[in-house]
Design a protein around this ligand. Sequence first.
Ligand SMILES: Nc1ccn([C@@H]2O[C@H](COP(=O)(O)OP(=O)(O)OP(=O)(O)O)[C@@H](O)[C@H]2O)c(=O)n1
Ligand SMILES: C[C@](O)(CO)[C@H](O)COP(=O)(O)O
Length: 375
Amino acid sequence: MDTAVIIVAAGRGTRAGGDAPKQWQLLAGQPVLAHTVARFAGVGRIIVVLHPEDMARGVALFRGAVVLCAGGQTRDGSVRNALEMLEGSGVTRVLIHDGARPLVSRAVIEGVLSALDTHRAAAPALAVSDALWIGSNGQVTGTQDRSNLWRAQTPQGFDFDTILAAHRTHPGGAADDVEVVRAAGVDVAITPGSEDNLKITYPADFARAERILGTKMDIRLGHGYDVHAFEDGDHVILCGVRVPHSAALKGHSDADVGMHALTDAIYGALAEGDIGRHFPPSDPQWKGAASEIFLDHAAKLAEARGFRIGNVDVTLICEQPKIGPHASAMAQELARIIGLEPGRISVKATTSERLGFTGREEGIAAIATATLIAE
Ligand SMILES: Nc1ccn([C@@H]2O[C@H](COP(=O)(O)OP(=O)(O)OP(=O)(O)O)[C@@H](O)[C@H]2O)c(=O)n1
Ligand SMILES: C[C@](O)(CO)[C@H](O)COP(=O)(O)O
């Protein structure tokens, strides 16, 4: 399935007030919109819909990591612009999310994606739990049966062709995309929502969101270090990229020293030992194995434990080969394996000024750090 995520953030946030539209105001030190986009890392290609006046701000914040699209006068107009932009791109399903819901969890997102395996439309919601009144002039004038009432949330997920066709025939003015698709006669499955998945709407919602983030703030830092010696050969594999060289790296697997250091950094952040614990070198099945298997395992273990990777930083220490020309390809390869946007991945190199074993060109060392953030 080729999945796209449309994050609508072209509104003016009039109810929230403040010096800037709510999606640009800071929450725990970062714009609300940066939190929202980070929640969808690895889910699919991300399209952020912005007000035309905010485009420069978007370019500066995302630095090419997402696709930007100009929004419309209304929420449904903004969604429609992004859907039209995606037509013909090969996308088969799409999640549509409010930029103003920065605390959506991986569980809520996965719930919608799973429902899309069997439904053309699915969206998260919470059953209404309070009694409902009808009121007028500060007085209760009646009561409302709450059974079968739900509080709608996003991301709302759809088969791509279905939601595009529904938007094209809708007269406009819908509160959300569930309303649009239902107007076209499509059934919508309800998936589990979350109280934390609030939409920042009024000024007090910022403090509420900060409180939720504060109680949830669990950031782990891990580091990894690895060394492989040179042996006869004509290339090395570093961070998944084949680099021509006058020697090869010796090892039980493909000896990708950079990827090993990064894998150990993730295991370290999880307090899960190192590669050797999960893939013993004594086991012949890992002989010559591509190190991608190890990194993929560590990243999936982090996800299974409820963490997303915040950023990674890998430093290769060698005199030769020169890493600079390959660093971008290495970052992209790591991004592909761990499902992280390239802007959160750093691959760099240093020499050891001809000192020590790396200086004598006896081998390559690598150090890496990774942050994991609890969802
Ligand atoms: N023309 C619009 C209007 C809204 N939105 C987005 O739709 C989401 C939900 O809308 P809402 O909370 O109503 O945001 P605003 O329209 O910005 O708020 P307000 O109504 O208070 O001005 C927000 O992420 C908002 O940026 C959009 O992309 N384009
Ligand atoms: C899409 C939505 O977030 C679902 O709850 C909501 O309808 C949009 O926000 P608004 O406050 O109704 O404009």
